[in-house]
Design a protein around this ligand. Structure first.
Ligand code: IPE
Ligand code: IPE
Ligand code: MG
Length: 251
């Protein structure tokens, strides 16, 4: 794609943005609606944010849609979330595909219904050769669980004599975790005012820049995303080095 005249220099934009989409329940409650009404409003925000990232040539957008702890919510809310998940895929996957977006899922999908699992696999297959934005949906995802499963995989390889314990290093562990082929998130955003990770991408967020905002997820739009990117652009990413070193490296 050719850069239009006057377009912002995006070379320093984050390649991978990871978002905890929080505040749907409170958004609905503020409007005196049942909290589950916040979730369909959250889906509209997802569409705006996906569109923004695709337009801005962001490589990867990872959205936390359902945590491994969210099963603890009232049954009715969990089942509404599942049907919304299904309905949204049925409605939106063709459009994602047309827009050259590659859809992927991380998390333990075995716990979802057969129908949902089928739709997830089918959507991934349908969009796997797309070359635009990679949209990763974290569904029944937990950072601790991700690490435990990686350990099981590596332990099996040790047991089978394929790997010796001394060979286990950061890169081997990273390869056994979810989305090993994608760059780590550069920018982590959490809406809804809470300042915690809630068991999201614990390993992959090691050097992400964190942006917290009071905005509730259903109020997210291109402007709130742009604000988060502007905040990101003010940060100096040092990766352990001194500021002077970083400046001489970039000059
Ligand atoms: C995030 O919004 C959506 C999911 C966890 C599925 P919440 O439903 O957590 O909204 P609040 O935090 O209760 O307002
Ligand atoms: C984190 O939000 C999970 C998702 C956005 C899917 P929660 O609302 O579940 O997080 P806690 O419970 O407030 O930490
Ligand atoms: Mg919440």
């Amino acid at each position: 794609m050719q850069a239009e005249q006057g377009e912002a220099d995006k070379s320093h934009y984050p390649k991978h943005i990871a978002i905890i989409m929080d505040g749907n329940g409170r958004w609905a409650q503020k409007r005196h609606l049942p909290r589950i009404m916040g979730h369909p409003a959250g889906v509209k925000a997802v569409k705006r944010v996906v569109e923004f990232c695709a337009e801005q040539d962001i490589q990867v957008l990872t959205l936390f849609a359902f945590s491994s702890e969210n099963w603890r919510r009232p049954k009715e809310e969990v089942s509404k979330l599942m049907s919304l998940f299904m309905a949204t895929m049925q409605k939106e996957v063709n459009r994602l595909d047309k827009n050259n977006i590659r859809l992927r899922f991380i998390g333990e999908r075995e716990e979802f219904s057969e129908k949902l699992q089928q739709k997830m696999a089918e959507s991934e297959r349908q969009t796997e050769n797309n070359t635009g934005l990679t949209l990763v949906i974290a569904a029944n995802y937990g950072g601790h669980r991700d690490m435990a499963l990686a350990m099981q995989f590596i332990a099996q390889q040790v047991k089978d004599g394929k790997v010796s314990p001394e060979e286990i290093d950061e890169s081997m562990l990273a390869s056994a975790l979810s989305m090993p082929d994608l760059p780590y998130p550069d920018l982590f955003i959490r809406s809804g005012g809470e300042k915690r990770i809630s068991n999201f991408l614990l390993w992959q967020l090691a050097y992400a820049e964190f942006h917290f905002t009071e905005k509730l997820w259903p109020d997210f739009n291109a402007q709130t995303m742009q604000d988060a990117i502007e905040d990101f652009l003010t940060r100096e990413r040092r990766f352990g080095r001194t500021s002077e070193q970083v400046q001489s490296l970039s000059s």
